[in-house]
Design a protein around this ligand. Structure first.
Ligand SMILES: [Zn+2]
Length: 355
């Protein structure tokens, strides 16, 4: 446990559900933990006891990526944990592959509707249909090159990685039920309020149940790792860090003792403190970047080691580049950095003189 984690509280300690089983964390709320084949090696999914149109059953929150191992883990859950009842609904917090990957399979298998924000639904449909401009392809290669990634081998590999998203999200359901900020979703007779969040995905939906004092935070409120906040090739002029910081501030409106159920890590309390930790984390990153860009104009590739001090493989480099551009853009939009485009086609950022 790192220093920051000591400021949070894990009410279940190190207890967690075995693969293929579940663990009750609040009345009618069961924790499912599935393996992911990445550095981030697991995802938390949730089973909520529900009743829709007079039918008893379950609502699933988030799905895992599409692969045989995940489908096998779900089949085990279905056999052992549903008390003979069907899945009635699939809620997806946002369009990233570990959350939406198996939505199509789950919805077809149970003839259940998909509930998701409209923005994330349509983004997922576009990406799974045409390959992924977020993590690979020509668009991504030119985006990273414009931010100073000059290693030709790395750029070539990014250019060649065209079906990154569709491999993990082969399809999404043909229709959906829209969730929006402030909507109340009734699950098992209890009201869950949708809280939209930006900066990580186009329109991430967290769900808060006042009666249970539980927050299904998805990727917007993680206890251990900081949420990925990146600029992507598909929206190269965006300012996602501003959106993210504005979004997480709203979690401080919830009760201080709310139980946070994150998509990665363990259920925790201390959401208010966690918001402050993330604010401090990004404030420190921004200060370090300001200092580095005060000495000379830097491209994102040159500024990346300021934020990421360990060696990175290509996959991590693409994430780190996106995050570095996000921090540079925050300062640029805030007027503290100015951007220039060199004759070499590379963007560089320098401290604003007047500032
Ligand atoms: Zn995500």
């Amino acid at each position: 446990m790192n220093l920051l984690e000591r400021e949070l509280h894990y009410p279940f300690g190190d207890q967690m559900p075995e693969p293929g089983s579940t663990f009750e964390v609040a009345p009618g709320v069961r924790w499912v933990r599935m393996v992911l084949p990445f550095a981030l090696n697991h995802i938390n999914l949730w089973l909520l006891r529900d009743e829709i149109d007079g039918r008893q059953g379950w609502t699933i929150v988030d799905c895992c990526i599409a692969r045989d191992e995940s489908r096998a883990q779900w089949e085990q859950i279905f056999a052992n944990e549903l008390q003979g009842l069907p899945v009635l609904r699939v809620i997806v917090t946002h369009m990233h592959p570990d959350h939406i990957g198996l939505a199509d399979w789950l919805c077809s298998r149970w003839n259940a509707p998909l509930w998701i924000s409209s923005t994330d639904y349509h983004t997922a449909r576009v990406l799974c249909g045409m390959g992924d401009s977020a993590a690979g392809g020509e668009e991504a290669a030119s985006f990273f090159a414009a931010h100073g990634l000059v290693d030709e081998e790395a750029v070539a590999k990014i250019r060649a990685r065209t079906s990154y998203y569709s491999n993990m999200v082969p399809a999404v359901p043909k229709n959906f039920v829209r969730m929006m900020e402030g909507d109340i979703v009734t699950i098992g007779g209890r009201a869950w309020r949708c809280i939209s969040g930006y900066g990580h995905a186009p329109e991430h939906i967290s769900l808060y149940c006042e009666e249970l004092n539980v927050l299904l935070g998805g990727d917007m409120m993680l206890p251990r790792i900081s949420t990925n906040v990146s600029v992507y090739a598909g929206e190269p002029e965006s300012n996602p860090l501003r959106l993210f910081l504005e979004s997480i501030r709203r979690f401080k409106e919830l009760p201080a003792d709310v139980l946070g159920l994150p998509a990665h890590g363990k259920p925790f309390t201390g959401v208010h403190r966690r918001v402050e930790q993330l604010e401090e984390h990004h404030r420190d990153h921004l200060a370090e970047l300001m200092e580095a860009c005060g000495a000379r104009a830097l491209s994102a590739a040159e500024a990346m080691p300021v934020l990421f001090k360990r060696p990175l493989d290509l996959h991590q480099t693409t994430f780190a580049m996106g995050e570095t551009v996000a921090h540079l853009h925050y300062l640029w939009f805030g007027g503290r950095l100015q951007r220039s485009l060199g004759e070499d086609g590379i963007y560089r950022f320098a401290a604003t003189r007047a500032g």
